[in-house]
Write a new protein. Structure first.
Length: 355
């Protein structure tokens, strides 16, 4: 006959076995769920690396961000739901639509140029609705020793003069948000330090973009940009309005295609001072080439008139754009002043985070 002590021991042993079995089962399920989630994220990334139409690529990007966020928070069920969403997107004919419409190269972040990130030329296109891009930039310029080195054609006969200082450092921050309907808005703030006369001045800027012609296959993309800037500081220049056209032209079909960019910009002074231009212009062109799985190389040329007569900047530029984990992008570039450029050399460095 079983004694009370024997019965108690048997019950405790059974309970311990059940607890151990449950713990092992939960641990295995936890590990399996995490492994399934990581495998699903790999599946989405693999799908992104293949040619897709713009809508499919954007939806895959959202699914990837959702899955990565849920994985980081340990919410594996929600992570797997995001992976399943991606599978549904791919099964709805998005991949097949690529073969009809051609690849959308505007979404290849390796070759997606932004202003001064890493070169002067900006790509056509806007972020998707609700997406936010935040860029923190730092620039260094070494100015030429003499002012007013431009040649003829302007009506200011002031003779050139030697600069008291030649070094200028300009940190800045910019945020751009997609508004939907092919629109985006951005705000930016910059301030200059150094021993050059342009130091101790800053600029606040607001711009709007309208993606007039989205990229599709080998068709060029066109974006209209407009905005207003408000300089500040003891030696600030005139406030200006901006109107321009940004163009992007893929040079081959499929993934890993090089892209040619061109910009033309018109600036109009609202309260110009003595010796300043009413209107000035900037033009630039750049070629971006994917050179590695997460790296793009840029080479370009830019020329921008200064607000003062007889002054301009003209660069031959080289830049690199590197994709980092967690939707970060690192970029750096150098511009060498040529011809009548006011600047000998300019170095740019920046970090972007996509939300």
């Amino acid at each position: 006959m079983e004694t009370p002590v024997t019965r108690l021991v048997r019950v405790l042993a059974a309970a311990s076995y059940a607890t151990l079995a449950t713990t092992i089962s939960c641990g295995l399920a936890h590990a399996q769920s995490r492994g399934d989630c990581e495998a699903g994220i790999g599946f989405i990334r693999d799908a992104q690396s293949r040619p897709q139409d713009p809508a499919t690529r954007a939806e895959l990007g959202k699914a990837l961000r959702d899955a990565q966020r849920e994985l980081g928070e340990g919410e594996y069920a929600e992570c797997l739901e995001a992976v399943e969403d991606a599978r549904t997107i791919l099964g709805s004919g998005g991949a097949a639509a690529f073969h009809r419409a051609g690849p959308a190269l505007e979404e290849d972040e390796r070759v997606q140029g932004d202003r001064d990130f890493p070169v002067s030329t900006e790509a056509a296109g806007v972020p998707d609705r609700g997406e936010v891009e935040v860029r923190v930039l730092a620039g260094y310029s070494r100015l030429r020793s003499l002012r007013g080195m431009s040649s003829g054609g302007d009506d200011d006969d002031e003779p050139p003069g030697r600069r008291s200082g030649r070094d200028l450092m300009t940190p800045s921050i910019e945020a751009e948000v997609g508004l939907g309907h092919n629109l985006s808005a951005s705000v930016g703030l910059a301030y200059a330090f150094g021993n050059a006369e342009e130091a101790k001045t800053g600029e606040a800027e607001f711009t709007l973009k309208w993606n007039l012609l989205p990229a599709q296959g080998l068709r060029p993309a066109l974006t209209v940009i407009g905005g207003i800037s408000a300089p500040f500081g003891p030696r600030h220049e005139s406030s200006e309005t901006l109107l321009g056209l940004l163009a992007s032209q893929p040079l081959s079909p499929g993934a890993n295609a090089p892209v040619l960019y061109a910009n033309i910009l018109w600036f109009h002074a609202l309260d110009r001072g003595e010796g300043e231009r009413s209107d000035r212009y900037a033009a630039s062109v750049a070629l971006a080439v994917p050179v590695a799985r997460r790296t793009g190389l840029f080479v370009g040329y830019s020329r921008e008139q200064d607000s003062e007569h007889r002054r301009a900047d003209q660069f031959i530029e080289l830049g690199v754009r590197q994709l980092l984990p967690a939707d970060f992008i690192l970029a750096g570039g150098v511009g060498i002043g040529v011809g009548d450029s006011e600047t000998d050399v300019r170095v740019l460095f920046g970090l972007q985070k996509n939300f």
